[in-house]
Design a protein around this ligand. Structure first.
Ligand code: SAH
Length: 252
């Protein structure tokens, strides 16, 4: 059995209870390089075989899984955050299905949630944005033309931008083309929930220099939007004058 497990954003106690149990039971762990906290690997059984997938190909990863399966061992494939985001799990799943190897996915806390926590922020403020766009700049991995950054920015929704810390000059100009202003609030969060977490609040205009001045080149998330500002409407859900399924409005 192969278990894809989300390791969470960094802090070792932000893996799920189910994910942690699977890690402690695994005979083989294949973890996704530097973004998985190595302390999680200390939870494994003494004779657990541990592989770092950073220096492996897809075929090598599958070969390790196939061998473990033949030996009736349980494998945990440990991905950072939640495996469904930039985790390259689909290609593994398709090969496992072709080989009729059983697998299951255990979700994790994605880093964009860890980033919101680090900022004490709510991504979905009434009247500000009710939408979170999760995206990235095009690097060696292509991004479809219809999802070009300025097109996404034109919605003025909350944006959580992964995998783009090295591309902040072009990110800034694409955001401006899309309709954000130099003053739109933004933040760079480095290693959210890790002991070395760093939070830099800035604006769209100052994104590149903020990263440069603080030597942030990777393992960071960029978030952009009015949710980082101070203007928003109160929610209806907790408004005393608003009746809903579970609560009557107060009469006065
Ligand atoms: N599946 C992961 C994302 C993997 S892509 C998830 O759900 O979070 C790797 C990118 O995620 C990094 O380049 C960075 O942009 C972001 N990232 C991962 N961990 C992070 C953290 N602790 N703090 C800030 N950004 C993080």
């Amino acid at each position: 059995m192969i278990n894809f497990v989300g390791a969470g954003p960094g802090a070792t106690d932000l893996i799920t209870v189910r994910g942690q149990k699977l890690v402690t039971e695994a005979d083989v762990v294949i973890y996704a390089g530097s973004l998985v906290n190595p302390e999680l690997l200390t939870l494994t059984k003494e004779d657990c075989d541990i592989y770092n997938s950073a220096n492996m190909t897809l075929e090598e990863v599958i070969a390790v899984m196939e061998k473990a399966e033949a030996e009736e061992k349980m494998t945990v494939r440990l991905h950072t955050g939640d495996p469904s985001l930039y985790g390259a799990i689909r290609e593994q799943i398709d090969l496992l299905e072709a080989k009729e190897i059983p697998f299951k996915v255990t979700p994790g806390v994605s880093s964009f949630c860890g980033v919101a926590a680090a900022l004490n922020a709510e991504y979905t403020l009434p009247d500000v944005s009710q939408t979170v766009i999760i995206t990235r700049m095009e690097g060696r991995t292509p991004v479809p033309d219809k999802e070009e950054m300025s097109l996404l920015a034109s919605h003025q929704a909350t944006m959580a931008i992964f995998l783009s810390t090295g591309l902040l000059d072009s990110l800034k100009s694409r955001l401006l083309v899309g309709g954000y202003s130099e003053e739109t609030p933004a933040a760079i969060v480095y290693k959210a929930t890790w002991p070395e977490e760093k939070v830099f609040r800035c604006t769209v205009g100052t994104l590149p220099e903020t990263a440069k001045n603080n030597n942030i080149t990777k393992t960071a998330m960029i978030v952009v939007g009015g949710f980082l500002g101070n203007n928003y409407e109160r929610s209806k859900l907790y408004d005393p004058t608003f009746t809903h399924e579970f609560r009557e409005a107060s009469k006065k």
